[in-house]
Design a protein around this ligand. Structure first.
Ligand SMILES: Cc1cc2nc3c(=O)[nH]c(=O)nc-3n(C[C@H](O)[C@H](O)[C@H](O)COP(=O)(O)O)c2cc1C
Length: 281
């Protein structure tokens, strides 16, 4: 499996960017991201739509930040597994974009009415009413096919870092839990091979909404299968779709095993309103 970027270096250096230069991205770079999305071989079936769109430099979409001209939206059905697959595929695109010098930030909270104006995609007016938390995304049950997350695509404006970003950068952004804190059974750590630890290390570095790192790891098949899911009953105060984040984490683990020259087998299913990913060597 050929991944067209240096896996560990790309994962280690990606950071969410919340301040952009109001500059169009080179069409060639956009085309390369688009092309990557079309040709990347994914270890599962899906019907996610990747939508590249333009936006004016206003705060209407992201609310706390001006949109750069180029942006990307991931559209899918709203069942737990489809939502989680958005995380997996979306993160591969975000990492690819980063490897091309393009900054990004996963946004789960955006103004849906503004997105609908920019890329009409909803099937019913009811879907707009679902975004009733004031953050743009909906509280509770979401229905139908719609945008799940969006991200700016652009060039980092280093001078534009607001105070809030500086605080976030210092407190949460770079911090990640250690692998051992993420194991369902911490005493299993000593049973893990170096390659599995390598993959889990890339997994723990995944981005998550408010840096919540809600993924937990367990094992099967004599520690040759990694199971990735959130704890049963997990709820985030402000983010309704942590299964996106679980898919992101699963993609990092999959990449980690590819980096170690395995051809990992991947499956995902729904259990107790959670997406459960299994990645096996
Ligand atoms: C699914 C998802 C949704 C997110 N939504 C938002 C958002 O609405 N607004 C925002 O400023 N950051 C958002 N983030 C970015 C996270 O805050 C960020 O990834 C996390 O703090 C870790 O920092 P890092 O990406 O720089 O490693 C989101 C991240 C993920 C994975």
């Amino acid at each position: 499996m050929e991944i067209p970027f240096i896996i560990k270096k790309t994962i280690d250096s990606r950071r969410s960017t919340r301040s952009y230069k109001m500059l169009d991205i080179d069409q060639e770079v956009i085309n390369s991201i688009r092309n990557f999305g079309e040709i990347i071989f994914l270890p599962f079936e899906h019907d996610i739509e990747i939508n590249f769109f333009k936006s004016k430099p206003t705060n209407k979409l992201y609310m706390t930040m001006k949109s750069p001209p180029d942006n990307i939206a991931f559209l899918a059905e709203t069942d737990v597994v489809s939502i989680s697959k958005v995380g997996f595929l979306g993160e591969l695109l975000i990492l690819f974009a980063h490897s091309k010098g393009i900054s990004t930030c996963w946004y789960g909270h955006y103004r849906l009415s503004e997105l609908e104006r920019l890329i009409p995609h909803l099937q019913t007016k009811e879907q707009l009413k679902e975004s009733n938390m004031g953050y743009g995304y909906s509280k509770g049950i979401t229905t139908g096919r719609r945008a799940i997350c969006v991200s700016p695509l652009g060039y980092h404006n280093k001078k534009g870092l607001r105070l809030l970003d500086r605080i976030t950068k210092k407190t949460s952004s770079f911090k990640r839990k250690e692998i051992i804190e993420l194991l369902e059974e911490p005493n299993e750590y000593n049973k893990l091979s170096n390659d599995i630890i390598y993959a889990l290390d890339l997994g723990r570095k995944a981005p998550s909404a408010a840096n919540s790192q809600m993924w937990r790891f367990s094992f099967e098949d004599n520690y040759k299968t990694i199971i990735i899911s959130m704890p049963i009953g997990y709820k985030h105060l402000k983010w309704e779709h942590p299964n996106v984040d679980i898919g992101i984490c699963a993609s990092h683990i999959w990449l980690g095993l590819i980096d170690k020259e395995y051809n990992p087998i991947v499956s995902v299913y729904e259990e107790g309103n959670r997406a459960v990913w299994k990645v096996s060597i």
